[in-house]
Design a binder for this molecule. Structure first.
Ligand code: MSP
Length: 652
């Protein structure tokens, strides 16, 4: 270890009113990358993620699904956790705001702020957006009614409330932004925050009485009808996770090196959070880094459009490391990004396949052909010092890019050594060197290429851990703090070794692997949500919309017999079925029914199939139809004919 400086890195804690999508994955993957680099460079890292489980929005989501709020929160929180586990996210702690120690810590914070004179009781009347858990003034509303952030209807709330003296901290906040120009990253975002604060801060309502699902005030307040405002509760997670208000065991990790967030929650993190910390007498975080927004094929992602990108599906089909690389390379941090399969495939084929994967193949080929796989580094500096200097100059620039969240520039710069390597092969032509009897020079060239690949693998490891471990395996070394020290800081070369042949890392992708990206679970939750009482106008209209008979007959429903059924590996939800609907071949259907049916009980039974649905791919498998089913609180049942019918019989 070079030193034991601490680095505390956090993601936002995710609301449990929906399952994870590409936006959540993005924040988490950036944080994971920074945490991995920090560990590699010898820092003592604590990496926190978790779920935000209180508030009216979550209470309502649970109600809609007919579940107790706690049970619902447990289930969705577990889906986040298992996604991060499956993605190999290297978090050290997963916090839930329903954890008892967190609740105790939040109450301690409330009490401290109250003792410090920063909390007072008053009454509040305002326009409240349940979805954003935020009050707005009348002039902020769109058309006198709708939330300026999300466009949903607001409600007028008048209630007794405790207030936090945010206004008192206005000058101190402005001083902080001024003295620490990189407290908010990217720096351009800092100006937005400064302008907002200069416009004047109102005191903040921090308790609610109209619902129950939240942290109660400390006992000593003797005011049981109040629960705490979710953002006070949520922001406190960053210190309760370290033991604040409990055993304080890990408080020496505070202040955070970086809070990673999306731009939509910058105001909460850059204004409320430092003000709360000042009130508590705690130091302020070093960086708050806000990334941009992802769209899909140029459009905003939304549940109603059904175009939300499911990160698990993309990672399953295109490879997790490739997906990580794409997200971090494609968009300048802070800017918005667009997800499309084309853009992802271009990155894989070009940056990864041509520049990186091919270089390793070339090295394996050259060393195999001329030296039986041996690679020696002894004479590299003799022949190729200029190339080494160029490579090291690039590598020296990298670390600050990463810690300032310029990860796209980090990756861009990291590709320079690869280009030096590829160009060196073209320029010095080892086959010519061999022909001319300059074996020593040819061997040194291989040593140069191996060293460059090794150095790039070390620095790329935080972004693509699995791929880089494979490269390191092929070059017979291990990526860790020692190799980081040697190869990057001390500019060493690899020892002599025999290269291990490995399969090509990035086979070329000729066409999109998914015909249609199916946001399976999110669609599912949308169906459930339309049952709610608080329907939007659009949804209400949808509820009564009548269609003509012709419209109905556009859907071709047929009776089929399930002739084969099996589980889909790595999926808890899907079964792979072959359904005979009277055609030449059975139809392959991927159905999300595994929670309710085992393959054995399905074979030989009849079902009702939507037979003219555009084929889709789920977990990389083609699905050529959909089964009709009904689901309520007691579970899901497939719809079947009352008596057996010939396969292919139309249902009308
Ligand atoms: N619970 C709060 C955070 C509390 S932190 C003390 C919250 N949760 S969230 O689940 O709604 O969002 C979490 C993160 O996901 C945010 O950083 C947000 O920016 C990010 N994203 C959600 N949708 C996104 C995109 N479409 N694109 C990129 N990131 C987006 O807010």
């Amino acid at each position: 270890m070079s030193c034991h400086k601490k680095a505390y890195i956090t993601t936002p804690i995710y609301y449990v009113n929906d399952i994870a999508h590409i936006g959540h994955a993005y924040t988490t993957i950036i944080a994971d990358t920074v945490a991995r680099y920090a560990r590699l460079s010898g820092l003592d890292v604590f990496f926190l993620t978790g779920t935000d489980e209180h508030g009216q929005k979550i209470e309502e989501s649970a109600k809609v699904r007919g579940k107790s709020t706690q049970q619902y929160a447990d289930e969705i929180s577990a889906t986040f956790r298992s996604l991060w586990d499956d993605f190999g996210i290297s978090y050290d702690k997963f916090i839930r705001t329903t954890d008892a120690y967190h609740i105790k810590g939040v109450q301690k914070a409330f009490d401290t702020m109250y003792q410090n004179g920063d909390i007072y009781k008053d009454s509040y009347k305002g326009h409240y957006c349940i979805s954003c858990e935020t009050f707005f003034t009348a002039i902020q509303l769109v058309d006198n009614e709708f939330c300026p952030e999300c466009g949903k209807s607001t409600v007028i709330v008048e209630e007794e409330s405790y207030f936090f003296r945010l206004s008192k901290y206005q000058d101190a906040l402005l001083k902080w932004y001024d003295e620490k120009p990189d407290c908010i990253l990217p720096r351009s975002k800092r100006n937005e925050v400064i302008r907002f604060v200069e416009g004047g801060l109102m005191d903040l309502s921090i308790t609610r009485t109209s619902f129950d699902w939240g942290v109660k005030l400390p006992q000593a307040m003797n005011d049981p009808k109040h629960v705490m405002y979710v953002w006070l509760d949520a922001l406190m997670n960053y210190v309760t996770a370290l033991g604040y208000g409990n055993d304080e065991a890990r408080m020496d990790y505070w202040p955070a090196r970086v809070h990673l967030i999306g731009k939509d929650i910058l105001r909460f993190h850059a204004i409320y959070w430092p003000a709360f910390l000042m009130s508590l007498g705690l130091p302020l975080p070093r960086h708050i880094a806000a990334h941009g927004w992802w769209t899909r094929d140029g459009e905003k992602m939304s549940k109603s459009k059904g175009n939300v990108v499911n990160p698990r599906e993309i990672a399953d089909v295109y490879g997790l490391d490739n997906f990580r690389y794409f997200m971090l390379r494609e968009v300048p941090f802070g800017g918005d990004g667009d997800f499309s399969q084309k853009a992802l495939i271009d990155r894989i084929n070009s940056d990864l396949g041509n520049d990186l994967g091919n270089l390793l193949n070339r090295l394996i080929g050259m060393s195999g052909k001329y030296f039986e796989g041996r690679v020696e580094s002894i004479s590299v500096a003799t022949y190729y010092q200029a190339e080494l200097d160029e490579v090291h100059a690039s590598l020296d620039l990298l670390e600050p890019f990463l810690f300032e969240m310029q990860i796209h520039r980090y990756l861009e710069e990291l590709w320079r050594p690869l280009s030096v390597a590829n160009k060196s092969i073209d320029k010095y032509q080892p086959w010519v060197l061999m022909k001319e009897g300059k074996e020593d020079e040819a061997m040194a060239l291989n040593g140069l290429i191996a060293a460059i690949l090794a150095k790039v693998a070390v620095m790329l490891y935080p972004v693509m851990p699995m791929v880089c471990n494979k490269i390191a395996g092929s070059l017979e070394f291990v990526i860790d703090n020692n190799s980081w020290m040697a190869l990057i800081k001390e500019r060493s070369l690899l020892e002599s070794f025999t290269i291990q042949k490995i399969e090509p890392l990035f086979p070329r992708i000729e066409a999109p692997l998914l015909e249609q990206i199916e946001p399976v679970d999110i669609k599912e939750s949308l169906k459930k949500e339309t049952k709610t009482d608080s329907k939007s106008k659009e949804e209400k209209a949808e509820g009564v919309a009548l269609i003509g008979i012709d419209h109905f007959f556009e859907t071709l429903l047929k009776i089929g017999t399930i002739v084969e059924a099996q589980e889909v590996p790595k999926s808890k939800k899907l079964l792979l079925l072959q359904v005979d609907i009277g055609e030449e071949h059975p139809r392959q259907v991927v159905a999300g029914i595994r929670e309710w049916y085992t393959p054995q009980t399905l074979i030989g039974t009849q079902v009702c199939v939507v037979s003219n649905l555009q084929p889709a791919k789920l977990m990389g498998m083609k699905s050529e139809g959909m089964l009709l089913a009904a689901k309520d609180e007691s579970g899901l049942s497939l719809l079947r004919p009352e008596a057996p019918k010939a396969v292919g019989t139309q249902v009308r």
